[in-house]
Design a protein around this ligand. Structure first.
Ligand code: UDX
Length: 423
């Protein structure tokens, strides 16, 4: 098939590159001419494992203008608007471009995350077959997630729509039970439901972790105990400093906004948003407590600014809350991150950057782990402790054990474990 993907961000680029691997002829379109030129030269403008090699595919091209494809896939951003709604201006701008194409495509495929009802609106606006096909790609493993998806969700309103999508994804050879054919509204809501469910799971684990500190339990033991229940599952149970990334915080707020606008209050959704904010404040308090009640004049070394490991992305990362909050309290910040330093430099003011974690802790009063990079897991803790002004470690990803850290000479705090200082 001839496919045009609108938007060369994480989702669009991974989608386009993977579809060309599946044998389709794909052009990826972006209004940012610099980004297109970068991609034409074979360079990926962000870090995503496995994507670079796919750019060599002869069936894949980049342009600022679309030609005449069979399918138009919309993969542009739907950021949060000021009022908390999903800003659909990019989606509608692309839709308008598609409606004036000389030869209309057989269908429009909506990959961007949009509130239920949007795909139907676009069908009405363009008069074209419009299909909802949400993505479930995780940054850091997006290529693998595309090629070996848990499931495909296809929302269409005609047999022809489902048939087109069957043709598009046939090379994946997915068993029928992994393909969920639905209405467009159900497909759109499935995307929000998945992300909000996972966010809820994490917010619950984070709350539980702090409750462990109150009742003298250990979160790693508790999550192991519940995770073995197959109804619960053992994934997405790792306590952390709070939920970040380009999707979860945005999607949960967009769903909250839509439900409010429809006068249908989703109480759990509201509670999860509040819980995550409270949790991030508790994490800040842990750092302050480790510094004896005040960080004023103290140097804090931050290990990891990206929202998780294996990405260079800082969007809605907890670091973007914790670092400015520490600075407001008078702390000086040195930060290190194996992939996030370039983006970090444009994101924060007044942060000193060090490539080498051992240099980052020099003259620091405390080191705080915000991202679970392998590099930090493998670090020589005794050498780290020695390099610091004061050997204090706040591990907000629980990547070390108390024995390891204390054995290396650290005063140590983590989340929800024996010896944790209450957050
Ligand atoms: C997410 C969804 O997983 C993906 O399906 C969707 O399409 C886009 O949003 P992503 O944002 O790449 O993907 O990150 P994910 O790996 O899901 O992590 C989200 C946040 O949860 C991160 O802040 C991460 O650190 C945190 N997390 C995840 C935990 O704190 N503990 C866990 O056990 C898992």
């Amino acid at each position: 098939m001839r496919v045009t993907v609108f938007g060369c961000g994480y989702v669009g680029l991974v989608t386009g590159a993977c579809l060309s691997e599946l044998g389709h002829v794909v052009e990826c379109i972006d209004i940012d001419a610099d980004k297109v030129a970068t991609l034409q030269s074979g360079t990926v403008p962000f870090f995503e494992p496995g994507i670079d090699a796919l750019l060599q595919n002869k069936n894949l091209s980049f342009s600022t203008k679309a030609t005449a494809p069979d399918l138009c896939i919309i993969a542009v951003g739907t950021p949060l608007a000021e009022n908390g709604s999903a800003d659909l201006s990019q989606v509608f701008a692309v839709t308008d471009l598609i409606s004036v194409m000389e030869k209309p495509p057989k269908a429009i495929v909506m990959k961007s995350t949009v509130p239920p009802g949007t795909t139907a609106k676009i069908a009405a606006r363009t008069g074209l077959e419009t299909i909802s096909n949400p993505e479930f790609l995780r940054q850091g493993s997006a290529v693998q997630d595309f090629m070996q998806p848990d499931r495909l969700v296809i929302g269409a309103s005609s047999k022809r729509g489902f048939a087109l999508m069957e043709q598009l994804y046939a090379p994946l050879n997915l068993p029928a039970e992994r393909i969920v054919n639905t209405s467009t509204n159900s497909a759109e809501l499935t995307k929000y439901a998945a992300n909000v469910f996972l966010t809820t799971k994490l917010a619950f684990v984070n709350e539980l972790a702090l409750y462990c500190e109150t009742v003298g339990a250990d979160i790693d033991e508790v999550t192991k105990g519940i995770g073995l229940d197959t109804r619960i599952g053992n994934q997405f149970l790792q306590a952390g400093p709070g939920i970040g990334g380009s999707c979860f915080p945005k999607d949960i707020r967009a769903l909250a906004f839509q439900s409010k606008a429809l006068n249908h209050h989703l109480e759990i959704v509201q509670a999860v948003i509040a819980s995550n904010d409270t949790h991030q404040n508790a994490m800040l308090q842990k750092i302050v407590n480790m510094c004896g009640g005040s960080v004023s004049g103290k140097r804090v070394a931050i290990f990891g600014v990206t929202f998780k490991a294996e990405t260079d992305d800082l969007r809605n990362s907890v670091s973007t809350v914790i670092i400015p909050a520490l600075q407001n309290l008078g702390a000086k910040i040195t930060a290190t991150d194996p992939m996030g330093m370039e983006n970090g430099k444009t994101c924060f003011n007044g942060v000193e950057w060090k490539k080498d974690p051992y240099l980052a802790v020099e003259s620091a009063d405390v080191v705080v782990v915000l991202t679970e990079w392998e590099l930090f897991r493998k670090i020589d803790l005794a050498r780290l402790a020695e390099a610091m002004k004061a050997a204090k470690l706040v591990d907000l990803r629980n990547i070390y054990t108390g024995d390891q850290a204390r054995g290396a000479g650290f005063e140590y705090d983590s989340i929800g474990r024996a010896g944790s200082i209450k957050g």
